[in-house]
Design a protein around this ligand. Structure first.
Ligand SMILES: Nc1ncnc2c1ncn2[C@@H]1O[C@H](COP(=O)(O)OP(=O)(O)OP(=O)(O)O)[C@@H](O)[C@H]1O
Length: 555
């Protein structure tokens, strides 16, 4: 019978957090007893329900007093229902029918250690102790089995220090400030060996060739979309997907609640082959963890832009990040009904229009930029479009089809039609990678067809490097180069926009050229950097965060 942390978490319905627990060094069931509630967010346990479950599990493990039992492993097996358990083990706190286990009723031992008889009888010389948990409404309606092991926690071989938010989050200033947490078990000798953690001091790495600038003060107050702020930069982390969980991906990103901070725990190996963790911290205007819904993201990112648009302004909302990081989920939503930012914005736009007497019409257009060329997604990509400037230096997209929509559903239909046409390719990272920038424009026009407000939603192409292509060929190299060039140009324009420089390099890429109108005047911009949590995406995640960080610093 396998006895492990995973089983414990499974019994409590928390198995999806297993990877994060192990990453944070909580790789054994016995370690659960050292957790405090402050650690829960660091372990990715954020919702009230999950917190309650973990709390109960921790209390249970604490009550078992593992160290006095000279055990350091606890596992749960045979998850079965309460009635069945009751039949098997009718008595409370007694030996099980085979005489090898102790059966306990946690209703009696709630918030306290299990009764002395259970814990001190110590039938561990070659046998096991079995705890029968029978809290009716509890998630812990399972058998728990303690298995004696040769390794013990005693004075000679003390247990590692508890994982606390202090040890994980407090800022070490230098190497001498090394912090320790538990690490995944390597060998019996390493079990209690702490893994050093260092904080990354620079943002060195792949950064679209941009020179690095001094980092912004972490405590700089950011007034999201308040007076004077035209650009906000937010980060959204998605949860591990089922497929990632199955292949054992470890969640390496934490988003401590209320701190607008994303921390990437990068696993590294020194030249002497010792392992250590390098922590990269980034502060943004908003940071959304995996528990955040599209509605929550919308309210803090696109909603202020929609309000700006409804009052006649121009706004742009970008979703940026590696393929598979959740851009489309954010913009479009995953359900067929569509609960992404597009739909939520449209809902508010129509709600506003029906509540006011202004006679405004809603128009939508949708096109993509692929390898420097524009294609109308509402014309099955058959029509190539051209961005041209008129005498007043206003950019027009000739040939672009505008469709008038009069309801949320008609607009969503247009969007799903356009999305189906978008260019996809296979990258080493994502088998269905969006290889183009998709630009959705929603315009308000008055009865004279004059523009009375405009918002762009831009789902940028995946930011992976050309080297990520599975079998790099000329086409994929061109795609990669174009994508990177346009992302660089975008950053330059945002910088120039914010610094109110006389020259803005809109012509550096088609993306910035067509968005020129959104960068001038009273326009507002929000960038949502989407990141994947898995350890195999660490490098991409760091690149995305560096890019977003640079955009933020350039403000
Ligand atoms: N916040 C989230 N919550 C739950 N699942 C998510 C979330 N974000 C993304 N996903 C899931 O992750 C997978 C990849 O997301 P998505 O397709 O949105 O990535 P993408 O960044 O648009 O990729 P690409 O650039 O290749 O189009 C999808 O299965 C999606 O449902």
């Amino acid at each position: 019978m396998t006895v492990c942390l995973y089983n414990c978490l499974s019994a409590a319905g928390l198995q999806r957090h297993y990877s994060r627990f192990t990453l944070m060094g909580v790789y054994r069931a016995a370690h659960l007893s050292t957790l405090s509630m402050e650690d829960y967010p660091l372990l990715g346990v954020c919702s009230m329900e999950d917190r309650a479950r973990l709390f109960q599990l921790v209390q249970l493990v604490k009550s078992l007093d593992l160290r006095s039992l000279r055990n350091d492993d606890i596992g749960i097996y045979n998850k079965c229902d309460y009635e069945e358990d009751n039949e098997l083990f009718p008595s409370n706190n007694s030996f099980s029918p085979d005489g090898k286990a102790v059966v306990c009723d946690l209703r009696q031992s709630k918030n306290s250690k299990l009764n002395e008889r259970s814990c001190s009888c110590d039938p561990l010389n070659g046998q096991s102790i079995q705890l029968h948990v029978t809290r009716e409404s509890s998630v812990l309606n399972s058998h728990i089995r303690l298995v004696p092991k040769s390794e013990t926690f005693n004075k000679l071989n003390p247990a590692p220090a508890a994982v606390t938010s202090e040890s994980l989050i407090n800022k070490p200033s230098a190497q001498k400030d090394r912090k320790t947490i538990f690490r995944k078990k390597k060998s019996p000798a390493d079990v209690t060996k702490p893994t050093p953690i260092y904080e990354a001091k620079t943002t060195a790495g792949y950064n679209y060739g941009l020179p690095l600038s001094p980092p912004q003060a972490a405590n700089k107050k950011v007034d999201i979309h308040g007076e004077g702020q035209r650009i906000s930069v937010c980060v959204r982390k998605r949860p591990l997907t089922l497929a990632e969980c199955k292949r054992g991906e470890v969640d390496v990103v934490t988003t401590p609640s209320g701190e607008c901070m994303a921390v990437v725990h990068e696993s590294k190996e020194a030249v002497d082959l010792t392992e250590y963790i390098l922590q990269h911290r980034y502060h943004f205007d908003q940071v959304f963890g995996e528990e955040s819904s599209n509605e929550e993201v919308y309210l803090k990112t696109a909603y202020p832009l929609v309000q700006h648009m409804l009052s006649g302004g121009k706004a742009t909302c970008f979703a940026y990040g590696q393929t598979g990081a959740g851009k489309t989920h954010t913009m479009l939503g995953s359900s067929p009904a569509g609960t992404g930012l597009y739909a939520l914005a449209v809902r508010d736009i129509f709600a506003h229009l029906s509540a006011t007497s202004a006679s405004l019409l809603v128009y939508v257009s949708f096109f993509e930029i692929y390898c420097g060329q524009l294609y109308d997604l509402l014309e099955h990509r058959k029509r190539r479009l051209f961005a041209r400037e008129d005498g007043k230096k206003v950019v027009h997209i000739s040939g672009l089809r505008d469709i008038r929509v009069d309801s949320v559903s008609s607009l969503l239909e247009v969007i799903s039609q356009g999305t189906a046409e978008r260019t996809q390719g296979t990258s080493g990272v994502n088998p269905l990678s969006s290889r183009s920038h998709a630009l959705l424009q929603i315009q308000l026009r008055n009865l004279n067809h004059q523009i009375a407000g405009r918002i762009w939603f831009v789902d940028l192409a995946g930011s992976e490097r050309a080297s990520d292509a599975k079998e790099p060929n000329k086409q994929s190299r061109m795609e990669g180069a174009e994508i990177n060039q346009s992302l660089l140009a975008l950053k330059e324009c945002i910088r120039s926009l914010d610094k109110e420089e006389s020259h803005t390099p809109f012509r550096q890429s088609k993306l910035t050229q067509v968005l020129k109108d959104s960068f001038v005047g009273d326009s507002k911009t929000c960038m949502i950097a989407n990141i994947s949590p898995g350890h195999s995406a660490t490098e991409h995640t760091l690149n995305t965060l560096r890019y977003a960080d640079r955009v933020k610093e350039l403000r």
